[in-house]
Ligand binder design. Structure first.
Ligand code: IVH
Length: 692
């Protein structure tokens, strides 16, 4: 404890004050660093504020000491607790998964059908290990590394250039013959050895221990101070590209060779395969080597080698049609199920959660597992006290596979699923046709309200940093927030907030700043943030795209309650929105509490309408098209996606709204019907001529 720490400010002389200012300054800058750069504060905000107030009090009495404190000179320019954002010029996609051989075989047939090939046998596939790390995009201009970003939500990531510059596998400048503008995509990872070494030093210094190498890599990249990232041993494998000014490769394997020539590390276990058998043999071989590899992998990625095929196949939603990740099977282990808790989710669903005796499954300590629902517990006859087999696969929540029956004792009684909500004590109900039991209290149920608020502030929704579960819980308990709009009124209650335990002026400032920033919000984020059941980011974007503004969306979806209305018809005509999802949307917009919540919220926000990319109209924009018969040049799925990319709408049956029927070989009743209705019938050649 510094010499003068307990001395009242009024009784300092200038010499003592100088010593105390220096001591305070040093302490505060240590805490700033722990807080802002290490994400690991060691004192609560109230104690931090006390140090700061004392320093400010002293220099108020002795203004000539201000210059002794670098911390005070920094006031007003608190280091930003986050990275700046980078919009990816080409989205960073994710991959669809295959869990067994049959899924891989289906993938090959699907691709063959799409490309209208006689057989998918013989299509070249590049098999690359799926590195279990964090993806990054690196931009090079004239061969120089200029900016590097995380994947983020695939569209916008975080600028982590300075941190990436510390990684030795990432060249600062390229060698060989490289394109002028180039974005390289790949995986940052930490070797198993570096991970163990890091955890042991973390343990020695009583710092955070990481659960696995991937978390350690992610945590190391998220450092605001690049010298910390530099002290962590990170590596990078390159495997793909984003924007590129010129691509001199015809296939993925050539591209991988070019990557090596430019100076990147490419995974050595990559192989070109020609048949399903070849692919599966390679998969088994990599699986066999898995534990001996110096880094973690969680599967094998298969990519169509020919880039022309990749281009024709394109993407569905957020994943390419031309690639798939073949995941390794889950790891299983035995443990004891100590208890069953019921959690209330955002949409009121009551989910049973198994509390387990903690066990290590493939490097991760597991102490909870999802039991899904009432029927699942009955079906597997899971009882408290049972010894169970659990499994974990990648990011998936651990699951209880089965009970080890011979270890069951007479004390283990069948589990009675509660009929009332454990959070609000209200009635719960099983909706017909659903496995889930739901609490019906909506926002009146504490857990539901809190889950909705947590979803509202989450990264892909309103992205309000600093307003985490703990704060939401605290503010909800004190009646400060019960609905999203209340978040925007928190600024009027600053004093109350600052008095809260563990919160101080600085935290409150950060929270309010983050809240204010989130007032300007894109329509698709707002829709996602509402937490409508089954509406994820992709569907939210589709809704934003189709309705454009909140008022159009709201009035259409309110009218859509009538299933005979044009609005309902429009809703289910949106590609990828089926009746089941439509029902959830309609139910949400029928609920008066939701509508009141939304208009209250709307008053607090500045909503950015959906900005559609301006697409040049084509000859088929807005036309309704039916494909029938066998096409020669491409499969049905490719024809559909091509037509849609040109602005046409592809439907399955002919009516008088149909503009063209494209008839391939052996076209049957649809062509006859088109003739009857006087709809224009095109041959495949005529159709291709029209669109090219
Ligand atoms: S290709 C459009 N190749 O897996 C191509 N991804 O689950 C998208 N990953 O986000 C990625 N190793 O972070 C590709 N050899 C590999 C990979 C790989 C690891 C990661 C990547 C991606 C995630 C998808």
């Amino acid at each position: 404890m510094p010499k003068y720490r307990d001395k009242p400010i009024q009784s300092f002389n200038i010499f003592e004050a100088e010593e105390e200012v220096l001591a305070l300054d040093k302490e505060i800058s240590i805490h700033d660093r722990l807080y802002y750069q290490n994400d690991a504060p060691e004192i609560d905000d109230a104690s931090y504020d006390r140090l700061r107030r004392r320093l400010e009090g002293l220099v108020q009495r002795f203004p000539e000491l201000t210059k002794m404190s670098p911390t005070l000179q920094r006031v007003g320019t608190t280091p930003s607790p986050s990275f700046s954002k980078v919009t990816h010029r080409e989205p960073m996609l994710s991959l669809a998964n295959a869990f067994d051989d049959a899924d891989v075989s289906d993938f090959l047939s699907r691709v063959g059908r799409f490309l209208s090939l006689d057989s998918a046998q013989g299509i070249e596939i590049v098999a690359e290990p799926k590195i279990d790390g964090v993806s990054a995009s690196l931009r090079y201009e004239k061969g120089l590394f200029v900016v590097g970003a995380t994947r983020g939500d695939g569209t916008v990531g975080e600028d982590i250039t300075d941190n990436l510059r510390t990684i030795k596998d990432i060249p600062q400048s390229l060698t060989g013959d490289f394109p002028e503008a180039l974005e390289i995509r790949g995986e940052i990872y930490m070797s198993k050895a570096a991970f163990y070494e890091l955890n042991s030093t973390q343990m020695e210094s009583n710092s955070k221990v990481f659960a696995n190498p991937r978390n350690a890599a992610a945590g190391s990249l998220r450092q605001l101070d690049p010298t910390i990232t530099a002290s962590r041993k990170l590596n990078f494998f390159a495997y793909s590209w984003g924007e590129i000014s010129e691509l001199k490769a015809d296939n993925q394997s050539q591209f991988l060779e070019m990557l090596s020539k430019w100076g990147f590390a490419v995974n050595p276990l990559t192989r070109v395969c020609n048949t399903l058998q070849d692919i599966l043999l390679h998969y088994r071989e990599i699986e066999r080597q898995r534990l001996e590899l110096p880094y973690d992998i969680d599967g094998v990625v298969y990519k169509l080698n020919r880039l022309e095929f990749q281009k024709r196949l394109g993407n569905v939603s957020r994943a390419p049609r031309w690639a798939i990740a073949h995941k390794f099977p889950a790891q299983q282990i035995e443990t004891v199920l100590e208890d069953i808790d019921i959690q209330v989710g955002r949409t009121g669903v009551l989910t049973p959660v198994a509390r387990l005796t903690p066990v290590n499954v493939g490097g991760v300590i597991v102490s909870n597992a999802s039991l899904h629902n009432e029927d699942e517990i009955k079906r597997k006859d899971i009882r408290i006290g049972d010894t169970v087999i659990i499994q974990r696969a990648g990011d998936v929540i651990p699951q209880v596979v089965e009970v080890v029956l011979h270890k069951r004792t007479e004390f283990n009684k069948p589990f009675n699923f509660p009929a009332i909500c454990p959070s609000c004590g209200g009635e719960s109900m099983r909706v017909q046709g659903e496995a889930a039991r739901r609490c019906l209290a909506g926002l009146a149920c504490k857990d539901q309200a809190i889950e909705r608020l947590k979803h509202f502030v989450s990264r892909n929704a309103f992205d309000i940093d600093g307003l985490g579960e703990k704060q939401i819980q605290l503010f909800w308990d004190d009646g400060l927030i019960s609905s999203p709009a209340d978040i925007y009124r928190l600024q009027d209650r600053r004093e109350e907030l600052e008095k809260k335990d563990g919160l101080g002026q600085r935290s409150v400032d950060n929270i309010i700043t983050a809240i204010e920033k989130s007032r300007v919000i894109k329509l698709e984020r707002l829709i996602y943030g509402l937490g409508i059941p089954q509406i994820g980011q992709a569907t939210a974007r589709l809704l934003a795209m189709n309705y454009g503004t909140l008022s159009k969306l709201r009035s259409a979806l309110i009218s859509a309650a009538n299933k005979r209305s044009i609005e309902y018809h429009d809703l289910i005509s949106i590609d990828q929105i089926g009746e089941n999802v439509a029902d959830d949307i309609v139910i949400f917009f029928q609920d008066k509490t939701n509508l009141d919540m939304l208009s209250d919220l709307e008053n607090q926000l500045d909503i950015t309408n959906y900005e559609s990319l301006v697409i040049e109209p084509t000859k088929v924009t807005g036309k309704v098209i039916v494909f029938t018969g066998t096409l020669k040049k491409m499969g049905r799925a490719e024809a559909k996606s091509l037509a849609e990319s040109l602005g046409a709408k592809v439907v399955g049956s002919v009516s008088n709204k149909t503009d063209f029927v494209v008839a391939g070989g052996e076209a049957g009743s649809k062509a006859t019907k088109a003739e009857k209705l006087g709809v224009t019938i095109l041959t495949e050649e005529e159709w291709l001529k029209l669109i090219t």
